[in-house]
Design a binder for this molecule. Structure first.
Ligand code: S3P
Length: 439
């Protein structure tokens, strides 16, 4: 449990590159493992969550290795030819690995057991168990529909049309991945659009995917059984990781930084819109396409932020960025109100209550509601918190640790984070990049 105190820093300057997108990295490893032959992946995020997916795919029969140049080579086995794992699949902290793999294995003719750390073992899995049971899979889960759980796949599974009761890309993806090895058409209806990496990348791997509308809602259909073709995937930088540096540069006086190669897919870029609404200076330079995804270099300058009412409709496109946004709001002039964020309570931690507590300890004025936080900012003055001996608790949540690290940069006496180890799940180079950018 390495604790660390983050202190006021000099301005963030220079040019940095954040690691590869976590969502895209998981999917690249999974889909390459299903395509018979060799795929390559460049820019893969080498964080613990993605490495958990890699080791699970190896247990299921794929050959996966990292070349010296950083290119990953994946030898896929085919969507219908995965092997029964001999041991439990340990998913660590990763909800994405768990829910997407549950989908993939729901239409295979064998059993698999999923385990995870204390955070993952408290997270709800009924949201995927329900549609996958409709497709014929069987589940024995721990009480409340949590890990450890054992799944017995159905072969053949039954195609379904499933309307998402929660805005969740993981649930959407689980159903579509179950549909890959299911004869017929499996469809998901999305009342609210969520990140679309699964459907984009599956189409790139040659799956027959259709995207349309039904009663004004997004309808995504996959035709099984699918034959995927090996690809050379290039993973863009993760906007969710960039968010910490965007907020840091906005709140630390004198900052002017360029963050290269940031994914700007519209289903992910809500944080940029919200921070611009608060007066943040964020310019998109050199917009381009990388591996079928929009990418830009972002120039971010220190800005006098003002509080704002954040439109709940933006939530799905910035669902992982609220902890960072709450930090920006704590330093803004005036009040920021957020709502419609019940989903934040079932992430790696309950991000509404954990951030409310952590920011309050750091000296921010925060009110917690059922579905959001209201934050009264300092108007740019540094946070004045409790003595350094008080640690904010990260609860095995990487994004809490990094958000509070950023809060520390704009605090009078520093913010002590009780455990920085979880940062390695999504952003193993965070501490080095932060030290380099604030020199
Ligand atoms: C993800 C979807 C989101 C997000 C998570 C990654 C994905 O979860 O919070 O970090 O890669 O599909 P939900 O589907 O639970 O919203």
């Amino acid at each position: 449990m390495p604790a660390h105190t983050f202190h006021t820093s000099g301005p963030l300057t220079g040019t940095i590159r954040v690691p590869g997108d976590k969502s895209i990295s998981h999917r690249a490893l999974m889909f390459a493992s299903l395509a018979v032959g060799e795929s390559t992946i460049d820019g893969l995020l080498e964080g613990e969550d993605v490495l958990a997916t890699a080791s699970a795919m190896r247990q299921l029969g794929a050959g996966i290795e990292r070349g010296d140049s950083g290119t990953w080579r994946v030898h896929g086995v085919g969507a219908g030819s995965l092997l029964e794992p001999r041991q439990a699949l340990n998913m660590g902290n990763s909800g994405t690995s768990t829910r997407l793999l549950m989908g993939l294995l729901a239409s295979q003719g064998f059993s698999a057991t999923f385990t995870g750390d204390a955070s993952l073992s408290g997270r709800p899995m009924n949201r995927v168990i329900e549609p996958l049971s409709q497709m014929g899979a069987n589940f024995e889960a721990s009480s409340g529909g949590t890990l450890p759980l054992t799944l017995r796949g159905a072969l053949p599974a039954t195609p379904i049309t499933y309307r998402l009761p929660v805005a969740s890309a993981q649930v959407k993806s689980a159903v579509l991945l179950a549909g890959l090895n299911t004869p017929g058409i499996t469809s998901v209806i999305e009342p609210i659009a969520t990140r679309d990496h699964t459907e984009r990348m599956l189409a790139g791997f040659g799956a027959h995917i259709e995207i349309g509308k039904q009663d004004g809602e997004r309808l995504i259909s996959i035709h099984g059984e699918a034959d995927l073709t090996p690809q050379c995937v290039v993973v863009p930088g993760d906007p969710s990781s960039a968010a910490f540096f965007i907020v840091a540069a906005l709140i630390v006086p004198g900052s002017d930084i360029i963050i290269e190669n940031v994914g700007m897919n519209t289903t992910r870029a809500g944080i940029v819109h919200a921070l611009r609404q608060m007066g943040g200076s964020i310019d998109e330079l050199n917009p381009r396409d990388v591996g079928g995804e929009s990418v830009a270099d972002l120039q971010v300058r220190h800005s006098a932020l003002t509080g704002a009412d954040i439109d709940p409709a933006l939530a799905p496109s910035m669902i992982d960025e609220f902890p960072a946004l709450f930090v920006a709001a704590s330093l803004a002039q005036g009040t920021t109100r957020t709502s419609g964020l019940e989903e934040l309570r079932v992430k790696e931690s309950d991000r509404l209550s954990v951030m409310a507590e952590a920011l309050t300890l750091a000296g921010a004025r925060v009110e917690e509601h059922d579905d959001g936080l209201t934050i009264h900012g300092t108007g740019g003055d540094p946070l004045t918190g409790t003595p350094e001996s008080t640690s904010v608790e990260t609860n095995l949540d990487h994004r809490i640790a990094m958000s509070m690290a950023v809060a520390g940069l704009a605090s009078r006496s520093g913010v002590r984070v009780d455990d920085t180890a979880p940062i390695a799940t999504s952003f193993p180079t965070f501490m080095d990049l932060l030290a380099g950018a604030t020199q």
